[in-house]
Ligand binder design. Structure first.
Ligand code: CA
Length: 221
């Protein structure tokens, strides 16, 4: 047995899901409808969604911000993990994708916990900071365009309370970050971000090889 993280083949991943995924018919329906979209692969994996919902509960989060909502799967799972008076601010620019998201949030009975902001996420984050929101959020999930990754991170860090948690998605980018010949803009942006956060003394952190790679960063007090 090696020291590095086990490489999940299809059979083992299927097994992992079969003994761990606590799913609902609604979760499955949203995943399946999303998978039929051209961009369906942008959806977080079900095990990652369950992992983030657990994190929300573990830190006792009441205020969550999501940068990049897509069809709403991660927001649905996090909203379900929030207490009744919890709030999730969901940032996205797509009417089409978030209309689908809202349909599922409504069916799940969590729509009242979610405030959708249809605007460029940087505008929404800046507005929240200008409105006195700094230090008031418990959890942030960043899963949007990669070129603005560092800017999203800086703003989310300022919105978090000390001890709050940021989860950044796609930090392994399908493995391409380890290929020096891959010089696509998004790959370079993620690689730079990973190097930056490694040296960021404002946080404790860990890079978790779940889904497409998730970096967890805890804001120091
Ligand atoms: Ca993603």
């Amino acid at each position: 047995m090696g020291k590095q993280t086990l490489n999940l083949n299809d059979a083992l991943y299927k097994y992992l899901l079969s003994v761990s995924l606590r799913d609902t018919p609604l979760h499955r329906a949203l995943r399946e409808e999303t998978n039929r979209l051209e961009m369906g692969m942008m959806q977080v994996s079900p095990d990652q969604g369950q992992f983030m919902a657990l994190l929300v509960k573990l830190i006792g989060a009441k205020r969550v911000i999501e940068v990049g909502t897509f069809t709403g799967y991660s927001a649905l799972l996090m909203a379900e993990a929030l207490p009744d008076d919890g709030r999730l601010i969901a940032c996205d620019v797509s009417v089409e994708w978030t209309t689908m998201a809202r349909r599922y949030w409504r069916q799940a009975g969590v729509e009242r916990k979610i405030e959708l902001r249809l605007a460029p996420a940087l505008d929404t984050l800046n507005e929240l900071i200008a409105g006195g929101g700094a230090g008031t959020f418990d959890f942030a999930f960043i899963d949007a365009d990669k070129l603005n990754l560092r800017d999203y991170y800086e703003r989310c860090l300022s919105l978090l309370r000390p001890g709050g948690l940021i989860a950044v998605d796609n930090v392994l980018w399908g493995g391409s970050v380890a290929n020096p010949d891959d010089r696509r803009e998004a790959t370079v942006a993620i690689r730079r971000f990973n190097e930056f956060i490694f040296g960021d003394t404002r946080i404790d952190f860990c890079m978790v090889p779940i889904g497409d790679g998730v970096t967890l960063a805890r804001k120091l007090g």
